[in-house]
Design a protein around this ligand. Structure first.
Ligand code: PLP
Length: 396
């Protein structure tokens, strides 16, 4: 990688230059199955014709205006998302971290406007990842992302994942504004929060005057077979939700959604963004929704996700010494390994499969939602061959 790039990444050597659906090709013509999808971003695969057309058409009309002017595509996208979920209001951003930042601001502002200015605290859970801006690393539970960036900001704390007793105690503290949680933890190890825990959390928040914020940046956008993961769960709607990644299908787009109750605390001028909600992003965002809201789309995702689950479970059955568990939900899955998965990732790439990793020795799969059963089989076959090699040649 060029010395001119801030050395915070360690990208693979290959240069991927073209994509089509679930497949990508490098500059030497080698083909890969893309089962990480820009980390759960290319939700509809590469080079989706409807998305490409939407972007090209908008590019020929107007690129940018700022929010000094009405943006019809933005009004339409906000109305469509609000019609499809708990939310009454949407604000569009360029990234997940910005959506998280606004979520934090919404919660504090609502507490402040409702006579509780002392409620500035946020509770999150170990392993959670909410982005890389200052607010996001402070609400996120991973210390390594805060190291060297000053003391943790006032009010932010994280609890053990699944420690209900600690939560019940902490949430009664008078300085708590909100709880933030990923309904399916991505980065931290691809773990689904049990449904009854989210229902319990919703109740606890209500009983204590605390707001509930979901981070569906990774697990939303149809990833688990509904538009948003929490829609699988009765009685567990949030007050505020951040989404990004898959809602733009590869174009930078995020959003914070909230109820009218929460939104009522935000007066004119309390938030803004130069690029957020610009015509280009809105054109693509609407095109993504056109595809996802078409008849049968989510049923298709659920069916293929079922195939993926089966294939991964059988992998676990065949390689019990390598695979400890299959985690996650829908098309966001983890293979929890008994060994460091990093070297495996490179080997799988040589074999033509792109996948990611996550915390806790997990191989992370986030294929495009349009992957076919056949592509799922091909991908899992590649993993199978690699596992077989490890078992039969343990010295390698
Ligand atoms: C990726 C991610 C973010 C941050 O999104 P960016 O677009 O990288 O700022 C926040 N939360 C979760 C759960 C994510 O996976």
């Amino acid at each position: 990688m060029s010395d001119a790039i801030l050395a915070v990444y360690s990208p693979a050597q290959v240069v991927l230059e073209r994509g089509e659906g679930v497949r990508v090709w490098d500059d030497k013509g080698k083909e890969y199955l893309d089962f990480i999808g820009g980390i759960a971003v290319t939700s509809l695969g590469h080079h989706h014709p409807h998305l490409v057309n939407a972007l090209k058409e908008q590019a020929d009309k107007i690129w940018h205006l700022s929010n000094m002017f009405r943006i019809p595509g933005q009004e339409r996208l906000a109305e469509r998302y609000c019609a499809e979920c708990f939310a009454d209001k949407a604000f569009f951003t360029n990234s997940g971290s910005e959506a998280i930042e606004l979520s934090l601001k919404l919660a504090r502002r609502w507490q402040w406007a409702n006579g509780a200015p002392e409620r500035i605290g946020f509770i999150s859970f170990h392993g959670s990842f909410h982005g890389r801006t200052m607010g996001a690393i402070n609400v996120g539970a991973q210390e390594k992302y805060r190291e060297g960036f000053g003391p943790r900001m006032e009010g932010f704390r994280s609890l053990e994942w699944g420690d209900h007793d600690a939560l019940k105690e902490e949430i009664t503290k008078p300085d708590v504004a909100a709880v933030m949680i990923e309904p399916v933890q991505g980065e931290g190890g691809v773990r689904e929060v049990p449904h009854q825990c989210l229902q319990g959390l919703r109740k606890l928040c209500d009983e204590n005057g605390v707001l509930l914020i979901y981070d569906e940046v990774q697990c939303g956008a149809g990833r688990t077979g509904k538009l948003f993961h929490h829609q699988w769960i009765e009685g567990a709607e949030p007050d505020i939700m951040a989404a990004a990644k898959g809602i733009g299908g590869g174009f930078p787009l995020g959003m914070a959604l909230c109820t009218d109750k929460v939104a009522s605390a935000m007066a004119k001028g309390t938030h803004g963004s130069t690029y957020g909600g610009n015509p280009m992003a809105m054109a693509v965002g609407n095109a993504v929704l056109d595809v996802m809201l078409a008849d049968g789309f989510f049923e298709g995702v659920q069916r293929v996700a079922g195939d993926l689950t089966q294939a991964l479970e059988s992998l676990k059955g065949r390689y019990p010494e390598l695979v400890e568990d299959i985690t996650g939900a829908g098309m966001l899955r983890g293979i929890k390994m008994s060994q460091d998965p990093m070297p495996l990732r490179a080997k799988l790439m040589e074999r033509g499969l792109l996948i990611g990793t996550a915390g806790n020795n997990v191989l992370r799969l986030a294929p495009p939602l349009v992957a076919t059963s056949k592509e799922i089989r091909q991908a899992v076959d590649i993993i199978d061959k690699q596992f077989f090699d490890i078992i039969s040649r343990p010295g390698d």
